[in-house]
Design a protein around this ligand. Structure first.
Ligand code: BGC
Length: 750
């Protein structure tokens, strides 16, 4: 449809929702339906007569925090495909997900909906999800663009972030998904970014998103995020959701008439909405259905790979037929998803206890352990649990964060589990030497009891089929293969945002800059409970060898890395092979210790080896140069590190990378001698001048530290500029210095 043929009023109406979930219809074009959410379809039907909402029952998959621990792109693609089929059966055209905001602080209330603290991992997994959904003819909405790092004051908070942190962390995840899967829509977030509402940022929605990354789809606002319809449309936000009962369209029409909104932008937005609606309508299939059991099976397949075995002193896997105390209300009323717009009304939910009974076949003694509605420890419930644990000699405690702790619109106040859960674990562990803890939470928690239990399985929020997955892992029918997609710090105080999250009443400064998650803990050498990428298995893997197809290349070439990993244990298993790159030790700019740039999950039979290859190109080694406004790989020797977690990378290869077009600025009186002598870009153009003005002996003698005296040239290069040579010792006339600079610049082509 060519929207230019529509009246101004109709074009404006297209740019705002017709209801909470529907786009506007105009003559010749029907509405389409958009529904949450990332880990299962959440369709709400409003009864026309009573107005009461009716929620359709669908399959709840592990939330993104859990999905991410699978590190399995293929399975996440399957999840996307299955959710898309369910959407199709409900005539839904766009699923409002995936959400790829970075897990900056463990306190963010929506962490359970987000994938990771690492943009590469989150980007790859979200790409798999989007491709899975869109392959079925259903659209996605990549959200919340961008830097929706917190829930506190989410509609107004100004997230203050450096351009480098934006490019390397907060935007790069969106960039990857946009470039690799072209989501049909992108949802602009509520928050402000560096002083501007994201829905009204032309820089974000047009310059970066479309002009730089080549985005082709539609930008929708988060629900009620638009504060000024004219500014939003001009910036590139095409559709303001939900309905405003005609208020925004009326305003847009008035703005066009008074000349404060250029009609061409209104047309652009309306056209994008019409194009999306036409695409959605062309994919509607009124006969589509879905099979509850089949989809529950897909939920179980992924849940098995999302659970992370964090500790195992030998208690797991459990022997079948044993008598075990099963403690904690979560065993019967599991915690498997979070609260807010992503909340799914499930087709069914596994009872963990029943699955343990079925798979384990032994006598299980249940004790509730903590009250359902309160965080305060109940001594009677604890005493009952302790008695059960003593009687059985083995206990599994199901604990973690209750529903109220993890929900949209609220951040957590602390990183602790409820007192009732912690005290229960401590008392049971004291009474029973064989105690395993199974945690349910979408984010890290402090674990003061960590040393007193034998095993910890983190189930994250495992979706409706978590019961089977947990039982299979505990009894060893499934070999655990999940790895953490975020660091678990020991204390909240260790997290880089501690003390300034969630900011003041107006702004939240991302002072840690690019040092989010493991980038921070590694740089500061802060011990953690469990590092990024960590997860145990019932087998053992040996990282045998690494080879690279070259040892030197330019930043325009691609490096192929081949790695061999052997399963040296007695069980078949799936291993996530993680690849990190590290910049040269001495660089002009600060760099993280290492960064994830590749991963592959491989199935390896006991006793066999697998060969895994990775291709690494410029972005795997680059940083964002704020001065150049571009990605750069300064010349030097880079490392490629491969291993089983961020803390264990036994394989290492080196690659010398030459920057093909080294950055070169005209030389000035303030260019350091360091830049002049070490940068290939300057090609020794002022070599004679530098040699003639080297530090004389008597000045070296005056240097304050022995180290500086020993390495006088380095000291001098770091501190001196051509201007210094007009002073004593050299007394070179300023005109001569300027002449030398002019000549050098001529040689450089300036
Ligand atoms: C949330 C979005 C969600 C939308 C529609 C908003 O409050 O932030 O993630 O998609 O509501 O339900």
């Amino acid at each position: 449809m060519d929207v230019k043929k529509l009246s101004l009023e109709d074009r404006a109406s297209l740019c705002n929702g017709a209801t909470t979930r529907l786009t506007h219809k105009v003559e010749g074009l029907d509405s389409i339906h958009m529904s949450d959410g990332p880990h299962g379809l959440r369709k709400v039907i409003y009864d026309g007569v009573s107005g009461n909402p009716r929620k359709v029952k669908t399959t709840c998959f592990p939330t993104s925090a859990g999905l991410a621990c699978s590190w399995n792109e293929e399975l996440i693609g399957e999840v996307g495909k299955t959710i898309a089929k369910e959407a199709k059966s409900q005539q839904v055209s766009v699923i409002l997900g995936p959400a790829v905001n970075m897990k900056r602080s463990p306190l963010c209330g929506r962490n359970f909906e987000y994938f990771s603290e690492d943009p590469y991992l989150a980007g790859k997994l979200a790409t798999a999800y989007v491709n899975g959904v869109q392959g079925e003819g259903i659209g996605t909405s990549l959200k919340h663009f961008a830097v929706n790092s917190q829930e506190t004051r989410r509609f107004t908070i100004n997230e203050v972030v450096s351009e480098r942190a934006l490019r390397e962390i907060y935007l790069s995840v969106f960039e990857m998904v946009v470039k690799e899967s072209q989501p049909k829509t992108i949802m602009a977030s509520y928050n402000m970014l560096n002083g501007e509402h994201t829905c009204e940022s032309k820089w974000l929605l047009t310059d970066v998103l479309r002009d730089e990354w080549g985005y082709k789809g539609l930008v929708v606002s988060d629900w009620k995020a638009v504060t000024n319809i004219g500014k939003a449309i001009t910036a590139g936000c095409d559709l303001a959701m939900p309905s405003t009962n005609g208020e925004w369209p009326k305003k847009a029409v008035a703005m066009v008439k008074e000349g404060t909104l250029d009609e061409k932008y209104l047309n652009r937005a309306a056209q994008r909405v019409a194009d999306l609606a036409e695409w959605g309508l062309s994919n509607i299939d009124n006969d589509a259905t879905f099979d509850v059991d089949e989809d529950h099976g897909v939920a179980a397949d992924i849940a098995r790979e999302c659970m992370v075995l964090l500790k195992n002193d030998g208690m797991l896997p459990l022997k079948k037929g044993e008598k075990i105390a099963i403690i904690g209300g979560f065993a019967r009323t599991p915690r498997f998803q979070g609260g807010g717009s992503s909340h799914v009304v499930t087709t069914k939910v596994d009872d963990i206890f029943e699955n343990l009974e079925q798979i384990g076949g032994g006598e299980l003694v249940y004790a509730q352990g903590y009250p359902e509605e309160s965080d305060i420890a109940d001594d009677a419930l604890i005493a009952e649990a302790v008695a059960a644990a003593k009687k059985c000699g083995k206990a599994i405690v199901f604990a973690g964060l209750p529903d109220s702790y993890e929900t949209e619109s609220l951040d957590r106040k602390h990183m602790r589990m409820p007192e009732a859960h912690c005290k229960l674990i401590e008392e049971v562990a004291k009474a029973c030497p064989d105690t395993t803890v199974v945690l349910s939470a979408g984010s890290p928690v402090e674990m003061p009891w960590i040393g007193s239990v034998n095993a910890i399985l983190h189930a994250y929020l495992g979706g409706q089929a978590l019961g089977k997955a947990i039982a299979e892992i505990l009894y060893g029918d499934t070999n655990p293969s999940g790895k953490l997609s975020e660091t678990h710090p020991i204390r909240l105080e260790d997290n880089p945002t501690y003390g300034f999250y969630p900011g003041d009443t107006k702004k939240s400064i991302h002072a840690e800059d690019i040092y989010i998650g493991y980038r921070w803990y590694e740089k500061k050498k802060i011990p953690v409970n469990f590092p990024f990428g960590f997860g145990l298995s019932y087998t053992k893997y040996e990282y045998e060898s690494i080879s690279v197809d070259k040892t030197e290349m330019t930043d325009e070439d691609t490096l192929t890395v081949t790695v061999k990993v052997k399963n040296v244990g007695e069980r078949d298993g799936k291993e996530v092979v993680e690849l990190y790159t590290a910049a040269p030790e001495k660089t002009a700019e600060l760099r993280p210790v290492k960064e994830l740039k590749g991963f592959k999950k491989v199935f390896i039979k006991a006793g066999e080896s697998a060969e895994v290859t990775f291709e690494l190109s410029k972005r795997a080694f680059a940083y964002w140069d704020e001065e150049e406004n571009n990605w750069r790989v300064p010349t030097g020797k880079y490392k490629v590190l491969v291993g089983t977690s961020s803390a264990e990378t036994p394989l290492c290869a080196e690659i010398y990378i030459t920057e093909k077009t080294p950055v070169c600025h005209p030389i000035t009186l303030e260019t350091t001698y360091g830049d002049l002598t070490t940068s290939r870009a300057y090609d020794g153009v002022m070599e004679d001048f530098v040699k003639a003005t080297i530090l004389p002996e008597e000045m070296v003698a005056q240097l304050h530290s022995d180290e500086a005296k020993k390495d006088a040239t380095a000291y001098y290069c770091q501190n001196y500029t051509p201007r210094m040579s007009v002073y004593a010792h050299w007394n070179i006339p300023l005109a001569d210095v300027e002449k030398a600079i002019d000549e050098a610049n001529k040689k450089l082509g300036y």
